[in-house]
Design a protein around this ligand. Structure first.
Ligand code: TXA
Ligand code: MG
Length: 364
């Protein structure tokens, strides 16, 4: 097993950032990137959800390098990205019929499924688990790179562990410059939050469980396979109820500032946020506010960031991580954020906001 030490020492290297056509990726660039992967090296690349930090999923050395570059604990397993459904045979066992149905409905796309792993997948890739997470991404650059490099790319989000996931190549460069050889810049991603994860590895005993909410909602999944459940660890305030996806237990997406979510009806929440902002400023703190288009004109603070209209959830998801990164650059001390329980992506968006806020919520 790899060391669980944060920040393994790695020798600094020059990071190339290469622009690539996001719809028709240039073949020579893909070949060059695939050659790095085949040698066990790392390449950051765009997917439709967030940028991934890729390595050959079947080479233990590849996974080791990912953990070292990200400063990620090595018990936090990686998602294996494939480009064809048939590729599952080599890496997953006892794939249930529900998987085929879900793949037909949502692959390629932002859904990750967990299965029992085969011996082809090294424990370095699965963080020591006997299960493997698999996703077929929709982005043309990701698909071309997977095919050219042999069919299996392990890729976590391409951020330093604990930072918001990158939605642009520039975010990757800020976190990983000097730690990886190549970043493929395919522009801003379309979705902006990570894939939905569903566990199909223990269907004999229980109904499928959503381990991480995302763009593919519980309703969309149950319309294809019937009953599904949410991991109780996702919504549970009780610290003893651990989330089942190892990565969900770590404090993630953490901005440098202390962040507090304010939950309540629009007028009450707005008033309370202004009061809290005033109290913080009186203490000499630099204050940021995350609001929506509907409320943007109602706040006084050092920095007010509008995350998008409540009527356009896709846009909120797309801008969420970028806005958290912008607050880091502005060195604010406190962030007050409106809570966003929008109808379709509300759970996925709130899951990220709650983690960024370390679960600090004020109800009004
Ligand atoms: O959209 C995405 O899923 C992006 C792009 C790059 O594909 N990837 C991504 O990977 O978000 P990462 O490593 O940041 O998050 C993977 C999550 C972690 O919470 C990890 O613990 C969980 O998936 N996971 C991976 N394999 C697992 C397994 N076998 N059992 C339970 N959870 C698993
Ligand atoms: Mg991540």
């Amino acid at each position: 097993m790899t060391s669980t030490k944060k920040y393994a020492i790695i020798s600094p290297m020059t990071t190339r950032i290469v622009k690539i056509n996001e719809n028709e990726p240039e073949k020579d660039i893909i070949k060059d990137a695939a050659a790095i992967l085949k040698e066990g090296g790392l390449v950051a690349f765009p997917t439709e959800t967030v940028y991934g930090l890729g390595a050959d999923a079947l080479l233990p050395e590849g996974a080791r390098r990912i953990y070292a570059a990200k400063g990620r604990p090595s018990d936090n397993p990686l998602i294996v990205h494939i480009a064809d459904f048939e590729a599952l045979d080599k890496i997953a066992r006892n794939v249930p019929p529900q998987a085929k149905a879900l793949a037909e409905a949502f692959w390629p796309g932002p859904l990750t499924m967990i299965f029992e792993k085969t011996d082809a997948v090294p424990y370095e890739t699965t963080g020591g688990l006997d299960t493997v997470a698999v996703r077929m991404p929709e982005h043309p650059v990701a698909l071309a790179l997977i095919r050219e490099s042999g069919g299996y790319i392990a890729a976590p989000s391409a951020n330093t562990s604990g930072k918001p996931s990158p939605t642009k190549a520039g975010h990757v460069a800020l976190d990983l410059d000097g730690r990886i050889p190549l970043i493929l810049d395919g522009g801003a991603v379309g979705i902006g939050i990570e894939s939905t994860i569903i566990d199909l590895s223990c269907l004999g005993e229980q109904i499928p469980m959503i381990l991480r909410p995302g763009y593919i909602t519980k309703e969309m999944i149950s319309s294809v396979i019937g009953a599904v459940q949410d991991d109780p660890g996702l919504v549970q305030e009780d610290a003893n109820v651990r989330p089942k996806a190892p990565g969900m237990k770590y404090k993630h997406y953490a901005p440098k500032a202390d962040m507090i979510l304010v939950n309540g009806a629009k007028a009450d929440a707005t008033r309370r946020i202004n009061e809290l902002a005033e109290e913080s400023r009186a203490k000499g703190e630099k204050v940021g506010i995350i609001c929506t288009e509907e409320t943007a004109g109602l706040y006084q603070a050092d920095v007010v960031k509008n995350i998008g209209s409540r009527l356009d959830e896709d846009s909120i998801a797309r801008h969420l991580y970028e806005i958290l990164r912008e607050f880091d650059d502005l060195d604010v001390d406190k962030i007050y954020a409106e809570s966003l329980s929008t109808p379709r992506l509300g759970l996925a968006i709130m899951n990220r906001l709650l983690k960024a806020a370390g679960h600090q919520v004020v109800d009004v």
